[in-house]
Design a protein around this ligand. Structure first.
Ligand SMILES: [Zn+2]
Length: 257
């Protein structure tokens, strides 16, 4: 009996050592694969993004970065966008550690200058990342549309209080408090988060988050969307500041319609 128990104990010990070794191996491989940590304040903040990874170089050296102050725009006829977004797409709201974002696999697309860009997600910043004539708004929504070649057409819209918006309520009411959390909000019309699409600014820029890729055609709507102040507060309780500072416009032109 004693001998058998001894064998059992030995087996248990071996099993424990093997499990611990596997756990360590798993942890180190997970750490190696983890994305470079970046944030909006402190050592991982925007002025350091370019130093965090070779892949983030454009954040520091790029000459066509976003966001910018939308001012001194040239009155012109920028190419129109043909929206083919689905009114009844299914959306999953996630907390990705940088913002609250709604993802969809099948939300339609838009066409700009003869090129199709698939709507992949929309997410929020506070305060607004872009400014209009020097003024920043309480929030900004970004609709990220991606072409087959990996280039982006991002639609931005300013958000302010004093109104009500059903989709905004649905996203903020279901926004997971914990990073990595997700929630289904069902079928919704993404265009209901845009006000009038008649007047907008257009310029060539970048992603406003690492890796700051300069492959974005920006369209920022002039008319702000009005939502309820309480729902803005819900977002700001999760993310009190997730906006990159304004970048130099440099040699670029801003077109205005
Ligand atoms: Zn954004």
């Amino acid at each position: 009996m004693d001998a058998a128990l001894g064998d059992m104990e030995l087996l248990m010990k071996i099993r424990f050592v093997l499990t611990a070794a596997a756990a360590i191996a798993f942890t180190s491989s997970a750490m190696a694969a983890a994305p470079q940590h970046w944030s909006y304040e402190g050592a991982g903040g925007p002025t350091h993004w370019g130093e965090l990874s070779a892949k983030f170089e454009a954040c520091e050296t790029g000459m066509d970065q976003s966001p910018v102050d939308l001012t001194h725009a040239v009155k012109a006829e920028p190419s129109a966008i043909n929206f083919h977004w689905k009114k009844d797409a299914d959306w999953t709201v996630v907390n990705n550690g940088h913002s609250i974002q709604a993802n969809s696999d099948d939300a339609g697309y838009l066409t700009l200058d003869g090129k199709d860009y698939k709507l992949a997600q929309f997410h929020f910043h506070t305060p607004s990342e872009h400014a209009i004539d020097g003024k920043r708004f309480p929030m900004e929504v970004h609709f990220v549309n991606v072409a087959k070649d990996g280039e982006f057409a991002v639609i931005g819209a300013m958000i302010e209080g004093g109104g009500d918006n059903t989709l905004f309520d649905a996203v903020m009411d279901s926004a997971p408090a914990k990073e990595g959390g997700s929630a289904e909000i069902g079928k919704s019309d993404p265009a209901s988060l845009l006000g009038s699409k008649d007047s907008f600014y257009r310029y060539e820029g970048s992603l406003t988050t690492p890796p700051c890729s300069q492959t974005v055609v920006w369209t920022v709507m002039k008319d702000p969307l009005k939502v309820s102040d309480a729902e803005i507060e819900k977002f700001q309780n999760l993310y009190h500041m997730n906006a990159r500072p304004l970048q130099e416009i440099g040699r670029r032109f801003i077109l205005e319609k």
